[in-house]
Design a protein around this ligand. Structure first.
Ligand SMILES: CNc1ncnc2c1ncn2[C@@H]1O[C@H](COP(=O)(O)O)[C@@H](O)[C@H]1O
Ligand SMILES: [Zn+2]
Length: 358
């Protein structure tokens, strides 16, 4: 129950958290954009204008924004600086474990290759580690569904190569991009191949009502893949009615965690308000559902904001929030050692807050 004696925003900020769904190019801060503008000798106000969705717009408009962002973050230096700044900002928000994802890009104009793109992110993560930031960062290589199956295979090869060469700092692939383009069913062989190589999968599924492809992917991947679902807004039978039970049954049976991005979904007009967000549906079934930002810059939110919104909507108090944060650790792609360390950090935090017995 809600705890009237505490400031929820402050508690949610101090609470150690994990962030599992953050796209690099949409996770900038306005502060970072201004710095980059100054660094590049560009008028700040022109540069930062319209780079944050302040009000709800259809998903298509979000994708138009992403294309503009790709025009900004296209050099090795910009990718390096952006990665460092995103990691530092999440650390400042008391995120203790971050899985950051991005689409490797080939940009002939700047000499960027897919390999260099990901290597640059790896370099940034390692440099942040050397600085001793109190956050563990792992990377996912994104597959943009708009680019088709052949490019997806290249992304998996790259992820596999980096998983080996970084001893697991790169640990999986993400499947994302405009859900209205192409059919996720076509990518199933790529997902199965990635899983066979030991890569973990985070798949944007059912962000919009796409029953057939969602069902096909879930049926094909549930047995052999370690996976999570990004968004999963249109998965549950409560929303879909009779005849669509299979998707929910698979998700429940295989305990496939759902990455819930409340602000992103509201601003993309796939969900009306926090009160009707599917977070509540899955959470009340005790199914793993993890609050995430998606793009803290594009959607103007922090992970603290997401926790606060949900806490206020559903009346979570300190104990509920800490129990919830602890539960999210089960869904990270890292192994037991990292999980134990995160749980310990959260338990120590709980003791300091006089929350015992969790
Ligand atoms: C809002 N919901 C969403 N649904 C699907 N894909 C999304 C997304 N938000 C972001 N992306 C994916 O992430 C890319 C930007 O980050 P990176 O350039 O990879 O770092 C977008 O181009 C899109 O492919
Ligand atoms: Zn996403």
């Amino acid at each position: 129950m809600a705890d009237g004696s505490i400031n929820i925003d402050d508690f949610c900020h101090r609470l150690p958290k994990v962030e599992l769904h953050a796209h690099l190019n949409t996770s900038y801060s306005m502060k970072f954009l201004r710095e980059l503008a100054r660094h590049n000798g560009i008028a700040e106000e022109d540069f930062v204008q319209d780079l944050c969705l302040k009000e709800a717009k259809p998903l298509d408009e979000g994708f138009a924004l992403f294309v503009r962002l790709h025009q900004i973050f296209k050099t090795e230096e910009a990718i390096y600086r952006l990665t460092c700044s995103v990691i530092k900002e999440f650390a400042e928000d008391n995120v203790k474990y971050l899985e950051l994802r991005s689409t490797p890009k080939m940009i002939p104009e700047t000499g960027m290759t897919r390999d260099l793109y990901m290597q640059t992110m790896v370099r940034a993560v390692k440099d942040c580690e050397k600085e001793g930031l109190d956050i563990t960062v792992r990377l996912l290589v994104s597959i943009d569904r708009r680019h088709g199956v052949e490019v997806a295979r290249i992304a998996v090869d790259l992820a596999d190569k980096l998983m080996q060469s970084t001893q697991g700092l790169v640990l999986g692939v993400d499947f994302s991009g405009d859900p209205k383009v192409g059919d996720a069913t076509d990518f199933i062989p790529v997902f199965l191949d990635a899983a066979k190589r030991g890569l973990k999968l985070s798949l944007h599924l059912a962000e919009i009502p796409l029953y057939e492809e969602t069902k096909n992917v879930l049926q094909a991947c549930c047995r052999s893949c370690t996976m999570r679902i990004g968004h999963g807004t249109f998965l549950h039978r409560y929303d879909l009615g009779k005849g669509h039970e299979e998707m929910e049954d698979i998700v429940l049976q295989w305990k496939i965690p759902i990455e819930a991005c409340v602000t992103s979904n509201i601003l993309s007009k796939t969900v009306d308000c926090p009160g009707t967000h599917h977070f509540h549906y899955w959470h009340s079934k005790q199914h793993p559902v993890i609050l995430c930002t998606d793009g803290k810059g594009a959607f103007g939110c922090s992970l603290t904001d997401e926790y606060s919104k949900v806490a206020k909507e559903f009346g979570f108090g300190k104990r509920d929030l800490l129990a919830y944060a602890l539960s999210t650790v089960d869904s990270i792609f890292e192994g037991d050692q990292v999980k134990q360390r995160l749980r310990e950090t959260m338990r120590v935090f709980g003791q300091k807050e006089s929350i015992n017995g969790l």
